[in-house]
Design a protein around this ligand. Structure first.
Ligand code: ZN
Length: 103
């Protein structure tokens, strides 16, 4: 566990793309465009209420959740973890070092 240690969020966000997170949570779009839409992986919807912009790296659920955010926030929401714990897990799964080593 990495409790009590700080995460370099700006570094992690530069390493982790929305595409990475969508692949990890096995979400697939139903239509390809700048904003791709599909079933919400957060509340488990079946329609197209979930919109994600791969270019901007942001997502939004227009249905039950009424919330959105960046790739880290999505992973935290889907895995039902606080942002800190979710980021640690995401880094581990993607092979990203959450504490950037400063030479
Ligand atoms: Zn939702």
């Amino acid at each position: 566990m990495a409790h009590g240690r700080s995460i370099d969020f700006s570094y992690v966000k530069a390493q982790v793309t929305m595409t990475d997170v969508l692949r990890l949570i096995e979400w697939r779009p139903t239509r390809l465009a700048d904003w791709v839409r599909g079933p919400c992986p957060v509340h488990g919807g079946k329609g197209t209420s979930f919109a994600v912009n791969l270019r901007l790296g942001v997502w939004r659920c227009h249905s039950r959740c009424q919330r959105g955010g960046d790739a880290l926030a999505l992973y935290a929401a889907v895995t039902k973890q606080p942002l800190y714990a979710a980021t640690i897990e995401l880094c581990r799964r993607l092979g990203v070092e959450p504490q950037r080593k400063r030479a």
